[in-house]
Structures are given as structure tokens and as C-alpha cells.
Design a protein around this ligand. Structure first.
Ligand SMILES: Cc1ncc(COP(=O)(O)O)c(C=O)c1O
Length: 287
């Protein structure tokens, strides 16, 4: 049985319902987070809660909970869910109201927490890498908000599914922004490159971990715009996200990236990421 949290109560998923007039349902008027949980410890919890606050600020919705309240709700959700490794999905919407674009006079936000079963990518996938396609980034100009209005991301992601690929890499005005559900890194002439955070991409929590690990492990890197030619000529391309961790992209639009296998910088980063994750799980590093 899956136990979820909805507006002040933990209850079985099957018994949970929300009013059809919820603005999350009518307009996608809400924000969310996905927090990986390893050995029952939420990973980078404070960073996820800070990003939640930034998303709520971005949509002008007051945070219904303090950080301490969120933490206890999340800890309780983890206790109630099965599995040492899992994920916590949380969503806040602007709640029910008349079917009018303008905010309702009184806002009663809907708070929903759902435990997810998250399995890190299988070893074979890590060793083989994944295929990706590219597409024009036709989303709005506030991609830094982790909004539940995900229709453009859904359509872009489906393009890769239709092509039998794992991700769609997005190009806006000739520059790489991110993936449909991931951030993207490139290795060019041995230098790890990451697009700078801006309104055009989600500030990924995994993105930050990867840059921290690059600093710690002396992996040469730079944060700067990456143009389409650089992406296509890259020796390595990676995607990162809370659910996929760090994964090498080995073909783009049917053409091999580098020699078509995960590259040496990826292998170093993957090992560093796993070490870091395991030290967090053993309580030896701050989550
Ligand atoms: C559009 C988009 N970019 C980037 C990411 C990666 O963010 P994070 O590392 O915080 O999971 C996600 C995560 O799902 C995403 O949906």
C-alpha cells in the first residue's frame, strides 16, 4: 500500500482525491520537487527545499510550510514508504478556486507528497550510455521554475521515446539549454563544460553536485554557453538528474558522440558521484 500526504493527512493513495476545481488540475498552476532518498536519507534536502522556495516565489505562491515542517513531513513520508532507496515527489498548487486565470482572492494551497520507487540506472546502461535526439527548445522563458505545467517538456520527451531514445537535448537560438527532464554537460577537448544557470534551464541539484565533484577531484571545467556546433563535435555528452544521476549520451540524432562509448571524464565523474552518494548513505558526508 502506498501512503501519501495530502493537505494535513497521511492516507492510502487510493483514498486520496482533490477537488476538480483545483488550479493544479485546471491550469497546471503549481510547482514540484523530486528528492532522491538513499538508505532512507533524503539527498540534498535543503537544496531541494531552497529550490522549492524559489519556484514558489517565481509563481507568487506563499510557502505553506516552514523548512522544518517540510522536513518532518518528508521524514515521515520516507518512514511510511517501502524501500531503503526511494524518491519523494512533492507538489504545491494554488488550490481550488473559480475557473478564472486570475488568482483567487483566498488561496488554500494543495500540498501533496507521494513516495516514488526510484531505481538508479542499471550498470549496463551506465556502461553503454544512452541515445538522445535534439530538438528546438520551444518552452517558455521561465524554465528555472520547477512548474507542474510540463506539457512542453512532456511533448519534447515523447519525441525521444518515439525515436527509441532516452532523452531530448534542447537547443535555443543555437545554444544548448538542457534536456527535456535533465541537465546536460559536454566534454570538449578534455574540458568539462556546463551551460550557465539562467531563466532558460532548471537549476539542477545534480548539476550542482557534478560541478562540486569536478572542483573537488580536479576535473578541469568551465561554466559557459555551449553552442550547437560544440555539442555536436563534443568528445562526451552527459545528462544529469535526481533519478538518472549521471549518464553518458553516446549517440545524438543517430551519430556517435566521440567514439560512441562513455568517455574517460564520464567514468571519473560517475565513480566520484557513486563514492559521494555512498558516503552520504553511510552518514560520512553531509547529504
Ligand atoms: C527540465 C529539467 N531539467 C533538469 C532536471 C534535473 O534536475 P535535478 O538534478 O534537480 O533532478 C530536471 C529534473 O527532473 C528537469 O525536469
Amino acid at each position: 500500500m502506498t501512503t501519501i500526504y495530502l493537505n494535513g493527512r497521511f492516507l492510502p493513495l487510493e483514498e486520496a482525491s482533490i477537488p476538480v476545481m483545483d488550479r493544479g488540475f485546471l491550469f497546471g498552476d503549481g510547482v514540484y520537487e523530486v528528492i532522491p532518498v538513499y538508505s532512507r536519507r533524503p539527498f540534498r534536502l535543503h537544496e531541494h527545499l531552497d529550490r522549492l522556495q524559489a519556484s514558489l516565489d517565481g509563481i507568487r505562491l506563499a510557502n505553506p510550510h516552514t523548512a522544518q515542517e517540510w522536513e518532518s513531513l518528508i521524514v515521515r513520508s520516507v518512514e511510511l514508504a517501502e524501500g531503503e532507496d526511494q524518491g519523494i515527489y512533492l507538489q504545491v498548487t494554488r488550490g481550488p478556486g473559480p475557473r478564472d486565470h486570475a488568482f483567487p482572492n483566498t488561496v488554500q494551497p494543495t500540498v501533496f507528497i507521494l513516495p516514488l520507487r526510484i531505481t538508479p540506472p542499471a550498470r549496463e546502461l551506465v556502461d553503454s550510455g544512452v541515445a538522445a535526439i535534439s530538438a528546438a527548445d520551444n518552452r517558455w522563458l521561465r524554465c528555472d521554475i520547477k512548474s507542474t505545467s510540463l506539457l512542453p517538456n512532456v511533448l519534447l520527451r515523447q519525441l525521444s521515446v518515439d525515436a527509441g531514445c532516452a532523452e531530448t537535448l534542447l537547443l535555443r537560438d543555437g545554444f544548448l539549454s538542457e534536456g527535456s527532464a535533465s541537465n546536460v554537460f559536454v566534454v570538449a577537448n578534455g574540458l568539462l563544460l556546463a551551460p550557465p544557470k539562467s531563466n532558460l534551464m532548471l537549476p539542477g541539484i545534480t548539476y550542482d553536485v557534478v560541478l562540486e565533484l569536478a572542483r573537488e577531484h580536479g576535473i578541469a571545467h568551465a561554466v559557459r554557453p555551449i553552442d550547437e556546433a560544440e555539442l555536436r563535435a563534443a568528445g562526451e555528452v552527459w545528462i544529469t538528474s535526481s533519478t538518472r544521476e549521471v549518464l553518458a549520451v553516446t549517440t545524438l540524432d543517430g551519430r556517435p558522440i566521440g567514439d560512441g562509448r562513455p568517455g574517460p571524464v564520464f567514468r571519473r565523474m560517475y565513480a566520484a558521484y557513486q563514492d559521494y552518494k555512498h558516503s552520504v548513505m553511510r552518514g560520512k558526508a553531509l547529504p
